[in-house]
Write a protein that binds this ligand. Structure first.
Ligand SMILES: *Cc1c(COP(=O)(O)O)cnc(C)c1O
Length: 421
C-alpha cells in the first residue's frame, strides 16, 4: 500500500535545526529573541516585495497563532463589546471566533463565484443595512483568501475606504498569494498570516500580523506581551495577552523562509497538473485563478462536483455516524451525535471523499459557511447562496510539497475510477 497522501504536510528545509540549536546555545528559549527578530525581517522582506520591482514598507509581528493575529488586529481597530464586524462567511472559524472573544458581533457576508471570497456588492449592501438598522458603522471588514485565492481587494478597499472602515485581511491561507503583483495582507490596515502545521510554511504553530507602520507594530507588541507599562514593577493600565511567538518556533520559521518560494511554486505546479489531468473529465471543475490579476498560492487545490455526477457508493453516503475524527483531525474530542446535519456536502462529494480515503488519499469538504454553523445562528448574515452551493459541491485535494506528479496522477485516476458512467 502506498503512503497516505495528506492535504498539506509540513516540509522542512533542513536549516530549521541550525536556528533552533543557536537558540539553545545562546539560551534564547523564550517568546522573544534573535530568531523572532530575524523571522520578522525575513517576512517583511517577503511581503513588501512587489512584482513591478516597487517595495512597500509594512512591518510584521510574530505571534503564537494566526487566530491571535486576528484577535489583536480587531483590538487595534477598536472593536469592543456590542460592536459589529463584517466577516466573510465562507471561511475557517479562526476568522470569526476572535470577534466573539471581544464580545462583538460577527456580520457574515457571502461570496462571489469568481474567487469564492467576499462579494463586494453584498459587502456594501451589508454596510448600508447595518448602518440603517443600528445607526453605527461596522468596526472592521475581514475578507479571507480561501485556499490561497485572492479576494477582489481593489473593490473591497474602494468600498471600505469610502465608508472609512478598516480592512483586516485574513491571508492565513494566502501566504505569498498576490493580487495585481502585490502580496496579500499588505492592502488593508492589517494582514493575518498563519504558520500552523498544515499551512504554506510552518513554525509548528504560529502566526503573524502585518502592520501598516512602526507605531502600529509597537501597539500590537504591547498587547501581545500582557500590556506592560514601562515601570520597574508590573504596572497594568490595559488588558493584554500572552501571544508573542517563541524564539524556538521562529527558528523553524527562519528555516522555512529559505524554501517558501519553492513551496509556493510546487503548490502552483500541482494545481496545474490537476487542471491538465482533470480537464477532460466531465462533471469535475477545478477552482482556478479567475483572471490575470489573481495569483493564488494554491495552498489547497479545490474542485467542485456537478450534482448530477454519479460516484460509486453515493447511495450509502452518510449512512452511519462518523466515529473518530474525519481524517484523524487533531483535537476532535466530541463524538458526532447524528449521521447528517441540515447543511452538508452532496452525497457524491461524500462518496468521493470516502473512496479517496480508502485509497489512502486525504480529501476534505470545503469550509462550511459560518452563517450555517449552529454556534452563529443568531448572527446577521447577507447571503446570495454561493458559499452554501460551493459547500454542497466542493472538495479539497492534496497539494503540499510532498505531493509528487505521480501522486497527482494516482489521485486523478482514483477520482476517474470512482465515477459511474
Ligand atoms: C489557519 C487559519 C487561520 C489562523 O489559524 P491558526 O491555526 O490560529 O494559525 C485564520 N484564518 C483562516 C482562514 C485559516 O485557515
Amino acid at each position: 500500500m502506498r503512503n497516505r497522501i495528506y492535504l498539506c504536510l509540513a516540509h522542512m528545509s533542513g536549516k530549521e535545526m541550525d536556528y533552533i540549536q543557536e537558540a539553545f546555545d545562546t539560551n534564547w528559549v523564550v517568546p522573544m529573541g534573535p530568531n523572532v527578530n530575524g523571522f520578522e525581517e525575513d517576512l517583511e522582506k517577503f511581503v513588501n516585495h512587489k512584482d513591478n520591482g516597487a517595495s512597500l514598507d509594512r512591518r510584521v509581528v510574530g505571534l503564537s497563532a494566526g487566530t491571535a493575529a486576528v484577535h489583536l488586529a480587531l483590538l487595534a481597530c477598536g472593536v469592543g463589546p456590542g460592536d459589529e464586524v463584517i466577516v466573510q462567511s465562507f471561511t475557517f472559524c479562526a476568522s470569526s471566533h476572535p470577534i466573539t472573544y471581544l464580545a462583538a458581533v460577527p456580520v457574515f457576508v457571502d461570496s462571489e463565484r469568481e474567487s469564492w471570497n467576499m462579494d463586494p456588492a453584498l459587502l456594501e449592501e451589508a454596510i448600508k443595512d447595518r448602518m440603517a438598522k443600528t445607526g453605527r458603522k461596522p468596526k472592521a471588514i475581514i475578507p479571507v483568501a480561501l485556499y490561497g485565492m485572492p479576494y477582489q481587494i481593489d473593490r473591497i478597499m474602494e468600498i471600505a475606504d469610502r465608508y472609512g472602515i478598516p480592512v483586516i485581511e485574513d491571508a492565513a491561507e494566502g501566504l505569498g498569494s498576490k493580487y495585481d503583483g502585490q502580496v496579500l495582507g499588505t492592502f488593508g490596515r492589517y494582514g493575518v498570516l498563519s504558520f500552523n502545521g498544515n499551512k504554506m510554511i510552518t513554525t509548528s504553530g504560529g502566526g503573524a500580523l502585518i502592520c501598516p507602520d512602526d507605531s502600529a507594530k509597537k501597539e500590537i507588541l504591547f498587547y501581545a506581551t500582557q500590556a506592560r507599562e514601562s515601570y520597574p514593577y508590573y504596572q497594568h493600565e490595559h488588558i493584554g495577552y500572552n501571544y508573542r511567538m517563541s524564539n524556538i518556533c521562529a527558528g523553524i520559521g527562519r528555516g522555512q523562509m529559505t524554501v517558501i518560494d519553492e513551496h509556493i511554486n510546487h503548490h502552483k505546479h500541482v494545481q496545474e497538473l490537476y487542471c491538465e489531468l482533470l480537464s477532460g473529465v466531465e462533471g469535475i471543475t477545478m477552482h482556478c485563478n479567475p483572471s490575470d490579476c489573481y495569483d493564488s498560492n494554491f495552498w489547497l487545490c479545490a474542485a467542485t462536483l456537478d450534482p448530477t455526477l454519479r460516484i460509486r457508493g453515493q447511495e450509502n453516503a452518510y449512512a452511519s455516524v462518523v466515529s473518530g475524527a474525519v481524517g484523524g483531525a487533531a483535537g476532535v474530542t466530541h463524538a458526532a451525535s447524528t449521521a447528517t446535519t441540515d447543511c452538508q456536502p452532496n452525497a457524491n462529494v461524500e462518496a468521493l471523499r470516502v473512496i479517496l480515503d480508502a485509497a489512502n488519499v486525504e480529501a476534505r469538504p470545503l469550509w462550511k459557511p459560518m452563517h450555517r454553523q449552529p454556534v452563529y445562528r443568531t448572527s446577521p448574515a447577507y447571503c446570495n447562496g454561493v458559499s452554501e452551493e460551493l459547500f454542497h459541491t466542493g472538495i479539497c485535494l492534496p497539494a503540499g510539497p510532498y505531493v509528487s506528479d505521480d501522486d497527482v496522477r494516482y489521485i486523478v485516476d482514483t477520482i476517474v475510477g470512482a465515477i459511474v458512467r
